[in-house]
Design a protein around this ligand. Structure first.
Ligand SMILES: Cc1cc2nc3c(=O)[nH]c(=O)nc-3n(C[C@H](O)[C@H](O)[C@H](O)COP(=O)(O)OP(=O)(O)OC[C@H]3O[C@@H](n4cnc5c(N)ncnc54)[C@H](O)[C@@H]3O)c2cc1C
Length: 354
């Protein structure tokens, strides 16, 4: 809560997260990771978010967006140079797709990368980059061939200190305030040719695959916060007395708790199903990860709302934790594709459309 009030990015806990292997959960040990899978990763994010959503978000963006993009599409040299320190927690990662004019429609990216001899010259600006001001490594998407539309966007790896690469405005947010959300600005930024990540022109298409995994982590983030809010509400219902009884003795409160617990359990099964599919290397899980993200984030918002309601006026006061869950959890219906976009993704899968 102190970090939230101060909008403080908790740099001091990053070495501890690294020591526990939480900054490289899904990567093999040979790349400095913990060698675990998406189920363990989901539980990691869930457990962190049960206490603090911001820490869960920092870890999620680092693992399943930035580092995973390098793991899945990087060359062996790129993995050794960038992934190993990321997975060991020696460096912090960010992933920049969203732009002011290209949010849900990320294919409308305007940032450009123009080849200049052995380098790319990057110009443009990204918005809403998680870990943006603290990142040592940033994977950014830029147009390399406008005529090829979504097959003309490439991914590039940027390093802190590169001339022409800097974070911009830090956003002042409703929730997730201890996580950093910033602009990232490129002005004539010279990126070495070897920092092209994946095939030229395939950065956007690869990003969609990265988001399949990322969405599982946002679903787990929502699930953890819902669990935390539910536990706080249950504790409170057992303590708070009105009309000579604990409020947990009123059926109206019991029914709320029963609905909350059932929704959380259903979300957990969807999250673990998507994670289980992600761990089976041969399986597609676009539909399942979008379903998990859609359902878990929407029920988490409802659960947090009910948790505040169960606390009455005290739910509105910062002395109790539910006020913060209520604010933090809203991000989960927006980040890595809004609920509306998840429905589009699910419908496309159902109808067999590209
Ligand atoms: C705290 C935070 C952290 C973030 N971290 C990152 C990050 O690390 N990296 C990154 O690249 N991005 C990040 N994002 C960006 C996030 O992914 C986008 O905000 C999100 O994808 C929505 O884009 P937008 O904000 O431009 O909204 P818009 O696309 O402008 O959407 C506005 C509304 O219109 C709806 N809408 C849009 N298109 C359609 C459609 N076709 N059909 C129906 N409804 C539609 C949306 O659902 C939404 O309700 C972050 C955002 C936040 C708030």
């Amino acid at each position: 809560m102190e970090w939230d009030e101060a909008s403080h990015f908790p740099v001091e806990i990053m070495p501890k997260l690294a020591e526990m292997g939480l900054l490289g959960v899904i990567f093999p040990e040979k790349y400095g990771g913990a060698g675990l899978g998406y189920i363990e990763y989901s539980i990691t994010i869930e457990e962190l978010a049960r206490v603090d959503g911001s820490v869960g978000l920092i870890v999620a963006a680092h693992n399943s967006l930035c580092s995973n993009h390098i793991y899945k599409f990087g060359t062996e040299t790129q993995k050794q140079k960038f992934l190993v320190p990321l997975a060991r927690g020696k460096s912090i990662g960010a992933w920049s797709l969203t732009e002011p004019e290209a949010g849900s429609d990320a294919g409308g990216t305007r940032t450009t990368a123009v080849r200049n001899g052995s380098h790319w010259i990057l110009n443009g600006a990204k918005t809403f980059t998680t870990n943006g001001r603290y990142a040592d490594v940033c994977v950014a998407m830029a147009v390399t061939n406008r005529e090829k539309a979504s097959h003309g966007i490439s991914a590039l790896i940027l390093e802190k200190g590169m001339a022409g690469f800097r974070p911009g405005k830090k956003e002042n947010k409703l929730g997730m305030r201890a996580s950093d959300t910033s602009e990232v600005i490129f002005s004539d930024c010279r990126v070495p040719g070897e920092n092209l990540l994946g095939q030229e022109g395939e950065g956007f298409i690869n990003s969609l695959q990265i988001l399949d995994g990322g969405r599982i982590s946002i679903a787990a983030l929502a699930l953890g916060m819902a669990q935390g809010a539910f536990e706080a509400a249950t504790r409170y219902a057992k303590q708070r007395k009105q009309f000579g009884k604990t409020i947990g003795e009123f059926q109206a409160i019991q029914f709320k708790l029963a609905d909350m617990a059932t929704q959380i359990e259903a979300a957990r099964l969807l999250v673990y199903q998507a994670a289980w599919l992600a761990d089976r290397k041969d399986a597609r899980f676009t539909r399942e990860s979008s379903m998990a993200k859609l359902f878990a984030s929407e029920i988490a918002v409802r659960v947090a709302n009910e948790a505040v309601q169960i606390h009455g006026g005290y739910g509105f006061i910062k002395d109790y934790p539910v006020e913060k869950y209520y604010r933090d959890v809203k991000l989960c219906t927006i980040g890595e594709g809004t609920s509306e976009i998840q429905k589009l993704v699910i419908a496309r899968q159902l109808l067999g459309k590209k």
